[in-house]
Design a protein around this ligand. Structure first.
Ligand code: NAD
Ligand code: SER
Length: 321
């Protein structure tokens, strides 16, 4: 099956952490009916994505993907379906199958239907040998299966762009912090889970050490960056188009606890590192995002203090409504 591109947008993996925010924003911009959310699991009833079109779709099912694209008049795919790092290290075969197989399926469909594609990468592409402030260009030697699948995703995206002219773009997201949906099985989940625990229980058991420093970003910045990259003229995007570094903030788990404690004075946190510590240790402290700033004008808005204020206020509002 093939055909000319339609006008509507398909989001894969839409029921997850990023999809919950991205679908809402895309619907504000393009109209509710023009953004088709999809996943292998239905969104929760209270999820903001329940207000528009949704279809059950596995990114491993190429035939269903092509018929959805054809029947729904799709022109752009935001491909979010993936297995994240913690689940991915526990189930490496599944991680490889979904992350690499799903991306091939999306890129093949994009080639047949002349679609534009957004396929996110991650700071997990960097391995322990990368500089602690990771440059845009450096050897990518991740030690996690998840990171390896993200490097493969970037390579595949560049191949489809160069060989077949598929307009595919991506960002190496830092750990994303948001309040609308829970984090989905990653190593950076502590920076999300800690807020709900602080508000509901006044206590959190953190699975990385206090001195663990990672690049992080508030979801609003990530969504703004994603849409802004997709809106950028293709000719502005250079050889990093499949995986731009973008920086937001960089803090240790201890600094995050301190920032929360300044707002919730009785909050306590124990640090009980588990296997996820080793994944975190293999990633950089921060990223150099000068290429994204230069190519398409990336600039973050949220630092640690603004993010912590937003998270606590929004979660409290949601709790009382
Ligand atoms: P998530 O785990 O919250 O959501 C992923 C969704 O994919 C889930 O809803 C899951 O049901 C769905 N899914 C799994 N297998 C599927 C399949 N076969 N077909 C269709 N859907 C399937 O993940 P997220 O945080 O929303 O991440 C989205 C993308 O962003 C992923 O590519 C991830 O690697 C990347 N990313 C996320 C972060 C972060 O901190 N959240 C950071 C870096 C990169
Ligand atoms: N936040 C993601 C994870 O921890 C990084 O890509 O898996």
């Amino acid at each position: 099956m093939s055909g000319p591109p339609g006008e509507r947008i398909l989001v894969t993996g839409a029921s997850g952490q990023i999809g919950t925010d991205l679908v809402s924003e895309l619907r504000k911009v393009h109209g509710r009916e023009n953004v088709v959310a999809s996943d292998i699991r239905e969104p929760d009833h209270e999820s903001p994505i329940s207000d528009g079109p949704f279809t059950l779709l596995s990114v491993l099912d190429g035939d269903s993907m092509e018929s959805t694209i054809h029947d729904e008049g799709i022109g752009t795919i935001y491909h979010l379906a993936a297995i994240l790092s913690a689940t991915g290290e526990a189930k490496p075969e599944l991680c490889h199958r979904v992350n690499v197989g799903g991306t091939v399926c999306v890129l093949e469909a994009a080639r047949d239907f002349e679609l534009k594609v957004y396929a996110p990468s991650s700071i997990a592409v960097f391995g322990p040998d990368a500089p602690k402030i990771a440059p845009q260009k450096t050897p990518l030697n991740p030690t996690t299966m998840y990171g390896k699948t993200k490097v493969t995703g970037e390579i595949l995206a560049m191949n489809y762009w160069k060989q077949y002219g598929v307009d595919v773009r991506g960002i190496r997201y830092p750990g994303l912090i948001s309040w609308k949906a829970p984090a989905g099985g990653g190593t950076t989940d502590y920076a999300v889970d800690i807020f709900r625990a602080a508000i509901e229980h006044g206590h959190y058991e953190c699975f990385v050490r206090e001195d663990t420093r990672l690049p992080m970003m508030y979801m609003d910045d990530a969504i703004r960056g994603t849409i802004s990259l997709m809106d950028a003229p293709s000719e502005n995007l250079g050889s990093s188009r499949a995986g731009y570094n973008i920086g937001g903030m960089s803090f240790t788990a201890g600094e995050l606890v301190d920032a929360i404690s300044r707002r919730i004075p009785d909050f306590t946190c124990d640090f009980v590192p588990d296997i996820r510590q080793s994944y975190a240790d293999s990633w950089p402290d921060d990223v150099d995002d000068s290429v994204a700033r230069e190519d398409w004008g990336w600039k973050p808005k949220f630092g640690l203090e603004e993010m912590v204020d937003e998270m606590i206020n929004r979660l409290r509002e949601a709790q009382s409504s």
